[in-house]
Design a binder for this molecule. Structure first.
Ligand SMILES: [Zn+2]
Length: 627
């Protein structure tokens, strides 16, 4: 059973047609192709189309039939992994088109000798577009996810982004091929050149039938569905003329009674011909049974190209000449931060190496970079780099907002032109941020370093961050710390009571935040210290010197030794008396101390009050004992 295209059926209407479809799908002779149905519907809706069709149906030779290459854009409109077909499937389809339309297909030898004189090289080539309508490089493949599980004939939603499909590229200059799941058993359809809008112009192919798909258990898995539909797109009709012994308006295809399915044996005679041309691409035979176009079809297709699709000849969709390799910049490396770096500061100052790979000098480059998938920050580079030269670029800072960070950097548009090789334009790195500030401490010892020791404490948890207890004479100790929010104390002792400057050598100590000096010293008697805090306000860090209090103890909490920093000197000749009371006021101990520290290792954990008598004035402070 086949569908006969006549006026009566058209009047029955579209709904009945669909019903008919679902029935004939069950039989072997189902309607593979929706193109003629689509044309009939268009003619019904617009009576000018029929006259246009009649005009182009003249059986004439085309005036000029030199080679043409048609730029193709493939819209893969997918709803799952299965119909998101691979690039290689797409490449295989383009190859099949090129072979079939140039008669370089390996099965061309199967054409019966009776037809050898009429079969044709169509002189039509295809490329996957290399340049998009905006002039940018492309691979000619668009992938769009859709929520729709399938698309139906007469349903134009496949042609628009807004309706779950994909917008056509300028169909005057590109052959648009939509690949999707087609409902209703149809393998594909095409729009005839005079029978629809630019937005819907092109061909639609069921994903399983697109390209060479050998895993598919169907007779239509060798890409011939697309060859057939592109034939329609070039105004070719079915060889049986969609009527019993109908006319396809081609002079060298035999009149045949109806569509052929499967693979007939030549000669398969009908309509008093000497054999159907069932191996013609415009019949319904199995993919491995069809292998030919004819000279008449070539003339008809070229008439279509010359009269209806002539802008194809001026399309630059296959052009790559403007994308010379003289436009290739690359990002060679991220030199800061390095992978897995631990960064102290709240901000990161990325640095990269860029390179000009082109023969032309590079004067400008766009750089976009971001942290953790947030919005890109843009920075432009300008300079003068000859071929294979590189430059280090320091980028404006980004704020670290979390401990574990991913930095992504992309370069583009060297000299404001399209970069042809995208593969070397992007790098990323991960690093850790402590969200603190970098503090540097220098201690230069004198001739008697064995008299000295120093400690850096964090006030709150009493942690000794670092210490220098065994020191060499006349040596510079330089330490860098990443310090988080809180207050810190650097304290240095000299058991010889002569400081580290300047009687027996020129020692000193300095503490820096970045380039700014927190404090320094060296000329002291028994003890000196620096106190500073790092606060966190509005994402910026302030560094404050603390003024020396009258009574200053370190560390707090303390575990073993409580150190004193006093304005007055503590020596054997000038001892001071201290008292320690618990929080309830009970005296725990009193002691005369002759050095700057008090051993409290015998105390239980807890909060204590320290009394000290200085200059006839009693001072108190609380401290915490914590083992
Ligand atoms: Zn067809």
């Amino acid at each position: 059973m086949i569908i006969l295209m006549n006026k009566r059926l058209i009047k029955i209407g579209f709904l009945f047609l669909l019903l008919l479809f679902s029935k004939i799908n069950m039989s072997q002779n189902f309607e593979k192709c929706g193109s003629m149905l689509l044309l009939q519907k268009a003619m019904k809706e617009n009576n000018q189309i029929e006259s246009k069709r009649n005009l182009i149906n003249q059986k004439v030779y085309a005036e000029s039939m030199s080679n043409v290459t048609i730029p193709v854009v493939v819209h893969v409109v997918y709803s799952n992994a299965q119909n998101n077909i691979s690039d290689s499937r797409i490449f295989s389809q383009i190859q099949v088109l090129n072979e079939d339309f140039r008669r370089t297909n390996s099965d061309a030898i199967n054409t019966p000798s009776q037809f050898q004189s009429v079969v044709a090289d169509m002189s039509i080539n295809f490329c996957l577009a290399s340049k998009d309508p905006d002039g940018n490089p492309t691979n000619g493949i668009i992938r769009k996810f859709t929520n729709k599980s399938g698309f139906s004939l007469y349903d134009t939603t496949i042609h628009y982004n807004a309706t779950g499909g994909s917008d056509a590229w300028d169909s005057d200059k590109y052959l648009n091929i939509w690949v999707c799941n087609i409902n209703g058993g149809i393998l594909g359809w095409a729009q005839f050149p005079y029978a629809g809008t630019k937005e819907t112009d092109g061909v639609v192919i069921n994903y399983d039938n697109f390209g060479i798909n050998l895993n598919y258990s169907s007779a239509y898995k060798l890409g011939r569905t697309t060859t057939h539909e592109v034939g329609h797109w070039l105004n070719l009709f079915h060889v049986w003329g969609d009527n019993t012994c109908g006319d396809d308006f081609v002079f060298d295809t035999p009149t045949q009674e109806q569509a052929n399915y499967g693979c007939k044996i030549h000669p398969h005679i009908s309509c008093q011909n000497s054999g159907d041309m069932f191996m013609n691409f415009m019949d319904y035979s199995d993919d491995d049974c069809m292998n030919s176009f004819t000279n008449g079809q070539k003339s008809r297709a070229w008439n279509c190209l010359l009269n209806y699709r002539d802008k194809i000849f001026i399309s630059d969709g296959c052009d790559t000449t403007n994308f010379s390799m003289s436009c290739d910049a690359s990002i060679e490396s991220i030199i800061h931060p390095l992978s897995n770096d631990s960064i102290c500061d709240q901000k990161i100052y990325p640095a990269i190496v860029i390179k000009n790979n082109s023969s032309d000098p590079m004067y400008t480059l766009d750089i976009n970079y971001r942290l953790n998938g947030q919005q890109y920050t843009y920075q432009s580079w300008s300079g003068n780099l000859s071929q294979n030269m590189s430059d280090t670029v320091y980028l404006a800072s980004l704020k670290n907002l979390q401990n574990n960070n991913i930095l992504e950097i992309e370069v583009s548009l060297p000299n404001s032109k399209i970069d042809l090789d995208f593969s070397n334009n992007f790098l990323s790195t991960n690093y850790y941020s402590n969200i603190g500030r970098t503090v540097n401490i220098q201690v230069q010892t004198d001739n008697y370093a064995q008299e000295n020791q120093w400690y850096l404490y964090k006030e709150v948890n009493n942690s000794i961050i670092d210490s220098g207890v065994v020191l060499n004479n006349n040596t510079l100790y330089e330490r860098e710390y990443c310090l988080t929010q809180g207050c810190y104390h650097f304290v240095i002792f000299d058991s010889g009571n002569d400081g580290i400057c300047c009687n027996f050598g020129n020692g000193y100590f300095n503490a820096f935040f970045g380039d700014s000096l927190i404090g320094s010293g060296g000329s002291f008697i028994n003890i000196d210290s620096l106190s500073f805090c790092i606060s966190n306000e509005n994402q910026t860090t302030n560094l404050n010197n603390l003024h020396d209090p009258v009574l200053d103890i370190y560390p707090n909490p303390a575990s073993e030794n409580l150190f004193f920093k006093l304005k007055s000197q503590i020596t054997i000749n000038n001892p001071i008396f201290v008292g320690i009371y618990d929080i309830a006021g009970k005296k725990i101990l009193t002691k005369k101390i002759t050095s700057n520290n008090l051993n409290i290792s015998s105390l239980e954990n807890g909060v204590y009050v320290l009394f000290i008598n200085i200059d006839s004035t009693q001072h108190t402070t609380k401290f915490v004992k914590n083992k």
